[in-house]
Design a protein around this ligand. Structure first.
Ligand SMILES: Nc1nc2c(c(=O)[nH]1)N[C@H]1C(S)=C(S)[C@@H](COP(=O)(O)O)O[C@H]1N2
Ligand SMILES: [Mo]
Length: 411
């Protein structure tokens, strides 16, 4: 199987503590390359410009420039189990975030219901606490929203607002222990260096329960795939919440508040919510259901080496391969169907790089007769949660994870 396993040895002391500024205002400008991509979704034009002009970013799909919403081109997922940093997708709520950070004065504040409020330097975070590594998929809750029918408002991501990386950092638990959480605490609120564009607009924050925050897996990462974080992906510090939606993964993290009450912000009470129904799915005309905050990721799987409409020779063995992730559990199986979901055949899973990361899979198929054929992929996680056959739909276009299909032609 393909490999591009990163190594954290590239993360030298000097590496992190030197270059911290990026190309000035280059961040907010974009020179069109002329190249476009068409997602071929019915009901209107679905082309997007491609760009290579963002600092520390390679070839990306432009969903929006202000704030920058950059999508990973899907062919990247066929090239390796870890997504290269320069093609990790980018999403921000507000366009007002720093384009450089002084690593010598940066401080992470821990305050609220703690015995010893802290202001930790990067130096202290990197060298005074035990290091920890975890592979995890970061997926925007609105990944695949482009395919919602009827369409849902929000970033029209195709399937590329997800990325897998190996993160290096320290456990949030260790940082909280250093501050000494007081009794009566129940929640932890996280904020970053970005500020709303208008003073009356709400700052982007998210919270976790204290138990979750102390589970020993939630971490503060200062490196990704063995390198410092790209500025657009949250340099110098990002909260990593393995198995949970990327909305919780606060970038440019500089503020941690321990609280006795749950997060009152609009990002939890008003937005990032889904119906409290099976698979978070409702009919468009449906009413009278409750809404709950988005939390964990769900199992998903994708074919990466075949494109829709591709012609496959009849009867010849054809390699089919792709990636899967189990959401908040590992991948137990990826199965494939050639008969609309009546029967399923197992695929061979690639190396396990960690519970929350991508898992590669592959198998060989042979198409018996000429004509249109649809390949379906289905991931089952180790908690026995399976991708549903039924299309997921909710008003926010969130958490789509139904079985994916690729239409092929046997000839
Ligand atoms: N500080 C900060 N962190 C943030 C956000 C933000 O707007 N500001 N957006 C969240 C959302 S919704 C997503 S999908 C991810 C995107 O992370 P990435 O740009 O590194 O891919 O960041 C999350 N963390
Ligand atoms: Mo997101």
């Amino acid at each position: 199987m393909r490999k591009n396993t990163p190594s954290s040895s590239a993360l030298s002391r000097r590496g992190l503590l030197s270059a911290a500024a990026m190309g000035g205002l280059g961040l907010l400008t974009r020179q069109a390359m002329g190249e476009t991509i068409d997602f071929h979704v019915p009901g209107g034009p679905s082309t997007r410009p491609m760009t290579t002009t963002y600092p520390e970013k390679g070839r990306m799909i432009v969903q929006r420039t202000r704030p920058p919403w950059l999508e990973t081109p899907f062919d990247v997922f066929d090239q390796g189990v870890f997504t290269p940093n320069n093609q990790h997708f980018v999403s921000w709520h507000w366009a007002t975030f720093p384009t450089s950070v002084d690593v010598n004065t940066f401080a992470l504040k821990i305050h609220g219901l703690v015995e010893r409020p802290q202001s930790l330097s990067l130096q202290e975070l990197m060298y005074d606490l035990p290091r920890f590594e975890i592979a995890a998929v970061s997926q925007c809750a609105g990944n695949s929203r482009l395919y919602a029918r009827p369409r849902a408002a929000g970033a029209q991501w195709a399937n590329g607002s997800m990325s897998n990386a190996l993160y290096t950092g320290v456990r949030l638990k260790d940082v909280l222990d250093r501050a000494g959480v007081k009794s009566g605490a129940g929640h932890v609120l996280f904020g970053g260096l970005d500020e709303p564009v208008l003073p009356e607009a709400p700052k982007f924050v998210k919270s976790l329960s204290l138990d979750h925050a102390r589970d020993g897996e939630v971490m503060l990462a200062f490196a990704m795939n063995g390198e410092q974080l790209p500025m657009l992906n949250g340099f110098p510090l990002k909260l990593i919440v393995p198995g949970w939606s990327a909305v919780y993964w606060i970038k440019m993290l500089n503020d941690i508040e321990v609280m006795d009450h749950s997060d009152p912000s609009v990002w939890t009470t008003r937005s990032y919510r889904v119906p409290d129904t099976p698979n978070y799915t409702v009919r468009p005309e449906q009413t009278g259901y409750g809404m709950i905050p988005i939390t964990r990721n769900l199992p998903r799987s994708f074919v990466t080496n075949l494109k829709p409409g591709e012609t496959i020779p009849v009867g010849a063995p054809q390699l089919v391969r792709g990636i899967a992730f189990g959401g908040d559990h590992g991948v137990a199986a990826v199965d494939l169907s050639l008969d609309g979901g009546r029967s399923w055949q197992p695929t061979m899973l690639g190396r396990d790089e960690g519970t929350y990361g991508f898992r590669q899979w592959q198998t060989t198929i042979s198409l018996p007769g000429r004509g249109a054929r649809t390949v379906m992929t289905r991931c089952t996680n180790t908690d026995r949660v399976m991708q549903p056959m039924q299309r997921v739909w909710n008003p926010g276009g969130y958490l789509a994870n139904q079985v994916e299909t690729v239409d092929l032609v046997a000839a």
